[in-house]
Design a protein around this ligand. Sequence first.
Ligand SMILES: *Cc1c(COP(=O)(O)O)cnc(C)c1O
Length: 477
Amino acid sequence: MAKDELFLELQSVDEFIRRPGVEALAADHGSAPVTTAARDVIARLREGVASELLDKATLRLALDGLTGAIESHLRQALCYSLRPVINATGVILHTNLGRAPLSEAAQAHICETAAGFSNLELDIETGARGQRDTHVDRLFRSLLREAVSHERRSAKPQPVSTIVVNNNAAAVLLTLNTLAESGEVIVSRGELVEIGGSFRVPDVMAKSAATLREVGTTNRTRIADYEHAINERTRMLLRVHRSNFEITGFTEQPSTAELVALAREHGLPFVEDLGSGALLDLQNFGISGEPSVLDSLRAGVDLVTYSGDKLLGGPQAGIISGRTDLVARLRANSLFRALRVDKLTYAALEATLLAYVKRDPDAIPTLKMMRLTTKEIGKRAAAIAAHARSAKLEIEIVDGESVIGGGAAPSSVLPTQLLALSCSDLSAEQLAARLRASDPPIISRIEQGKVLLDLRTVFAEQDSIVKTALTTLGQEG
Ligand SMILES: *Cc1c(COP(=O)(O)O)cnc(C)c1O
């Protein structure tokens, strides 16, 4: 009986919407979203009454605060779920944080391309239909030109062609399906990798309708293992870069040159999934052991696949570079149509590649972050610590390591200096949660009970935000 009485108080949504406070909200945000929010809030109150969580007094209280409840519900409903965060983890290519941040030129080119029409598939000179890949193919040609000269000079030199798909997983899928459907692909057992986000070589192989032919063992595979596995059903040899782990100790794998020679002898394409695919020699950036696209092509690899948003520092994309005749086959596969990328990706990629053509690596945020010195980072950290440390919030500057991430150069670490935080009345987890709750959220890492902030991955313009957030934290209860 009492319940029915309470339900009566909640009867008409219309009535609530006509309250002055709610009407003011509707004037600001439009009446449709306000009505929806009011309905949701009232429905929640009805549930409270039904489950006897609300009695008469608490319901009255809730109804008095109805305008505020509708407003906060509305704010949540109308704000973006995807929003910027500050990456203080020191992991440069963090898949959970969107991998590579884009250059200013890429951002600007995305904006102008997004805002209107473009010549995406139009040849402006002739007025005829064009191909969307031409916008980046010319830049790849220029960047990979040197690949043609060396090894291939004796044979008839072929220019290098490139096409772009949604991501590297798609690039591998398209390559396998085009070159090896219903046939066999030979891969070393030491390279049957899983990359984060459930890219597993055997699974992609199965989806491509090619059959995986495993050879060798986890730690040792010889060229003879590949040779013995070749039969009339073999369509290609595949090497997969072990992006996110290393095999050390008693190991062996054939050189690229041996695999190239074997593939040629049998007239088979040799494809390499490079994963990250550096377009520059990264030795100068303190990173070793990361194969470059150019090195592979020069060595005679027929096709290489790599990501756009890993070491290249561009948008999410899968890039396939190599023999023009094979790339033409990939383009002719109807799967290519399903995996193609949109104009915004081409815009971002074109701008990123232009920075490489201009030899201006500092324009690309990921490359710039890699090149920051410990001294520069330490200086910024000290400035923040001096301002933000308090009786409650202890801040030390300690030596540490940044990592490349994104499944690139797993053993390469970059020396850095970290802000190590500890708070008298919060655990490390609680402190990290507080930092995530600031606006914009600050993402840290925890090691040995300390919250660590690495400014290598924080844009210098964001230092003041970090400083303010830490100062506030040190003053709060
Ligand atoms: C990262 C990676 C992939 C997947 O690339 P996405 O662009 O994330 O799809 C595939 N293979 C290797 C070796 C990788 O490192």
